[in-house]
Ligand binder design. Structure first.
Ligand code: GUN
Length: 279
């Protein structure tokens, strides 16, 4: 039987550890403040932002919300980010994506100071990750490393196959697994013989963004499968990029959706916020 990797449990353990750490920081006179910026009213973003603020409150991090109208100009958003960069009472800055189409996301990401880049999206953070320097790491892949480590799944020497090459998940995932001494392959939509490539994996990370795309034909018996996807199935229930029922019986361990990777992203965001004040 496959072991179910309980992301909800692991994320709450991490948040409790952070809460204790934040308490100590506060006792020593410190404080942590995350600025959360949302432009427009994308319903999914509103839910994410609400959950991030809730996690901040739980851990003891102050959150400062900036809810801007859809009509906000790029210049106005740049000005706000620059103001937050200069504000010494703000430790981390998170600009919720996606931004309205008239705003250049790359420009906004590059405006955030790398010292406050708790999303780990700034090119400086990405560069630091690839050369093994200390810096902020994108939260979802960082959360996946925690899921593996805290489930005692060895990464060193393992065949790790990532399906998906996004800047937020696939690429930083590759850097992190490499840092943990995995042998890493990044597959994507142009990969030939994807089933054959995926079947090499001891650890298969699926971030394709296609509902229940990966079935048991892509999975080696005994592999560990991590599902980054989040969709609604035909009955409107949450499901992932992996056909869970079909794949689970073939694996040694698997993350469910919901309750796998999802909760880890916010836990790692909280960790990055605490990181802004760690010595
Ligand atoms: N939109 C979806 N996921 C994320 C995330 O991790 N960070 C930000 N800033 N926006 C997002």
């Amino acid at each position: 039987m496959a072991r179910i990797i309980d992301g909800k449990l692991i994320s709450s353990q991490i948040k409790d550890e952070l809460k204790a750490e934040v308490n100590k920081i506060k006792e020593a006179g410190g404080h942590i403040c995350l600025a959360v910026v949302q432009v427009g009213e994308d319903p999914a973003s509103t839910v994410y932002v609400r959950n991030k603020k809730k996690a901040c409150a739980y851990v003891g991090i102050e959150s400062s919300a900036f809810e801007l109208p859809e009509t906000t100009t790029e210049k106005e958003l740049v000005n706000l980010v620059e103001k937050l960069n200069a504000d010494t009472s703000v430790n981390g800055i998170l600009v919720q994506l996606p931004l309205p189409p008239h705003i250049d996301e790359d420009k906004i990401i590059r405006t955030i100071s790398p010292d406050k880049d708790v999303d780990g999206f700034h090119p400086v953070s990405v560069g630091r990750l690839w050369i093994g320097e200390k810096g902020f790491v994108s939260c979802t892949p960082a959360g996946i490393i925690q899921l593996l480590k805290r489930s005692n799944i060895e990464i060193a020497g393992k065949e790790c196959v990532i399906i998906g090459r996004s800047n937020i998940v696939g690429k930083p995932m590759a850097a992190l697994l490499l840092r943990e001494n995995g042998t890493v392959t990044v597959a994507h939509s142009r990969t030939k013989e994807l089933k054959k490539v995926a079947k090499r994996a001891d650890i298969l990370i699926v971030a394709v963004g296609k509902k229940q795309f990966i079935n048991s034909e892509y999975v080696k018996a005994g592999a560990v499968v991590i599902d980054v996807g989040m969709h609604h199935d035909k009955d409107n229930k949450l499901c992932g990029d992996v056909d869970y029922e079909d794949v689970a019986r073939k694996t040694s361990a698997i993350t469910p959706v919901p309750g796998g990777v999802g909760p880890m992203t916010i836990a790692m965001l909280m960790n990055n916020c605490v990181e802004t004040v760690r010595k």
